[in-house]
Ligand binder design. Structure first.
Ligand SMILES: [Fe+2]
Length: 180
C-alpha cells in the first residue's frame, strides 16, 4: 500500500483509507489492483521481453479496460526500469525535474517501487507518494510533479494514455528548488 510523506510537516499518512482520502482531497486518483493475480515469476522481474510484457497486460486486462472506460485512456504499455536499463542515472536526472503534462499521468505498479512527488494545495505543499506493486495512481493534468525510484532502483508499471503526445513533459518553474 502507498505511503504519503508531506514534506513541510514530515507528516506520514499510511493505510489504504487514509491514503485514499488524502489523495482524493488533492484530486489524485488512487486505486489498488490484486498483485497476486500476476504470475509469481513476474513479480520480481525487471528485464522483460515482449511476451512477458504482454502477459502482464493480459493478466490485468479487466482492470486496464475498466480504468480506460472510466477515464478515456486509449493506449497502454509497460515500462520497466532497473540498473539493467542503459543510462538509468541520466534518465532519473531527467525524471527528477518538476514538470506538468497536458493529460493526467497514470501508473499502475506491478513490481518494485516508485515515488511521485506531487504539488498539493497551497496549505499542503509538495508530498511524496511511495508506491508499491498493486498501487495505481493518476497525477492530474497540469499538476506539477516528478517521479523517481526508491532505494531498490527498480520498477515495472503499466502506463495508460489518452494521446501518447499527452505524456510530453513540460518543465515547471518552481519558486524554490524541489529535489528528491
Ligand atoms: Fe510526469
Amino acid at each position: 500500500m502507498a505511503v504519503i510523506k508531506i514534506r513541510n510537516t514530515n507528516e506520514l499518512i499510511e493505510g489504504h483509507e487514509n491514503v485514499f482520502k488524502f489523495l482524493e482531497k488533492q484530486g489524485v486518483l488512487y486505486e489498488h489492483w490484486d498483485i497476486l493475480k500476476l504470475d509469481e515469476s513476474l513479480r520480481e522481474k525487471f528485464i522483460l521481453n515482449d511476451e512477458e510484457k504482454g502477459q502482464i497486460l493480459s493478466t490485468f486486462k479487466d482492470e486496464i479496460e475498466d480504468l480506460a472506460a472510466r477515464r478515456g485512456y486509449k493506449t497502454w504499455d509497460i515500462v520497466a526500469l532497473s540498473d539493467a536499463t542503459p543510462n538509468l542515472d541520466e534518465l532519473l536526472k531527467k525524471f527528477e525535474q518538476v514538470h506538468i503534462h497536458t493529460e493526467d499521468e497514470v501508473r499502475a505498479i506491478t513490481a518494485g517501487h516508485g515515488i511521485f512527488i506531487i504539488k498539493g494545495d497551497e496549505q499542503t505543499g509538495y508530498f511524496d507518494v511511495e508506491l508499491e506493486a498493486g498501487d495505481v495512481i493518476s497525477v492530474p493534468e497540469g499538476n506539477p510533479h516528478f517521479f523517481t525510484l526508491m532505494d531498490d532502483r527498480q520498477v515495472v508499471a503499466v502506463r495508460l494514455f489518452i494521446e501518447t503526445e499527452g505524456w510530453v513533459a513540460h518543465p515547471y518553474q518552481e519558486t524554490e528548488e524541489v529535489t528528491k
